[in-house]
Unconditional design. Structure first.
Length: 171
C-alpha cells in the first residue's frame, strides 16, 4: 500500500511538473511577412503627412483617445508631428520612436513587441534600438515605403488602431 502511494505521488508530481514546463514555453514567433519588405521610395510629402495624421487623429477622436502622432520620412527624420490636448507628455517621444522603428526596420513596431514577449531580446543590442510596442507602421504608397507613422497615448491596441487608420489613408 505504501509503495502504491509513493508511485501515485511520483506520477502526479511528474505530470504537474510537465504541465508547468509546457505552460512556461514562450509563444511561437509570428510568421514572417510573405516576400521581402517593400523598397524605400521618395520621402512622404508634408501634404501627405498631414493627411495621414488627420486620418489617425479622426480615429483617436472618435474613440476619445488622447494621442500623439508622428510621421517620419524613409530615413527616420521627423516630417510632421501633432499632439492632442491632454496627451501624456512621454507620448511625443514614444510616437516618434515607434515611427522611426517602423521605417528603419521596414516592419510594424509590434513585431518587436511580439519578439520581446516570446523571449527574444537580441534586438536590444542594435545601435538603433527599436521601440518594442504596438503603434508604429510603415507608410506604403505605390508599393514603396515613403515613411512611417507612430501613435502613442493609449493602450498598445489603441495606438495600433490609430496608426493603422492613418497609414491606410496614405496616397
Amino acid at each position: 500500500m505504501r509503495l502504491e502511494c509513493v508511485i501515485a505521488l511520483s506520477i502526479a508530481s511528474t505530470l504537474a511538473l510537465a504541465g508547468t514546463a509546457l505552460a512556461q514555453q514562450p509563444a511561437p514567433s509570428p510568421a514572417p511577412p510573405s516576400g521581402p519588405p517593400a523598397d524605400y521610395g521618395a520621402p512622404i510629402s508634408n501634404e501627405q503627412a498631414k493627411a495621414v495624421a488627420g486620418a489617425a487623429f479622426a480615429e483617436a477622436k472618435k474613440n476619445n483617445w488622447r494621442m500623439a502622432i508622428a510621421i517620419v520620412g524613409p530615413a527616420g527624420e521627423l516630417v510632421y508631428f501633432e499632439k492632442m490636448d491632454g496627451t501624456q507628455l512621454a507620448s511625443g517621444e514614444i510616437s516618434q520612436g515607434k515611427a522611426r522603428t517602423a521605417v528603419l526596420f521596414r516592419r510594424p513596431s509590434k513585431a518587436f513587441a511580439d519578439q520581446y514577449a516570446a523571449g527574444n531580446t537580441a534586438f536590444t543590442t542594435f545601435p538603433e534600438k527599436p521601440v518594442a510596442s504596438e503603434g508604429g507602421l510603415p507608410i506604403v504608397v505605390n508599393g514603396k515605403i515613403v515613411g512611417a507613422i507612430g501613435a502613442s497615448g493609449g493602450t498598445g491596441q489603441q495606438d495600433g488602431m490609430t496608426a493603422a487608420a492613418g497609414a491606410s489613408a496614405a496616397k
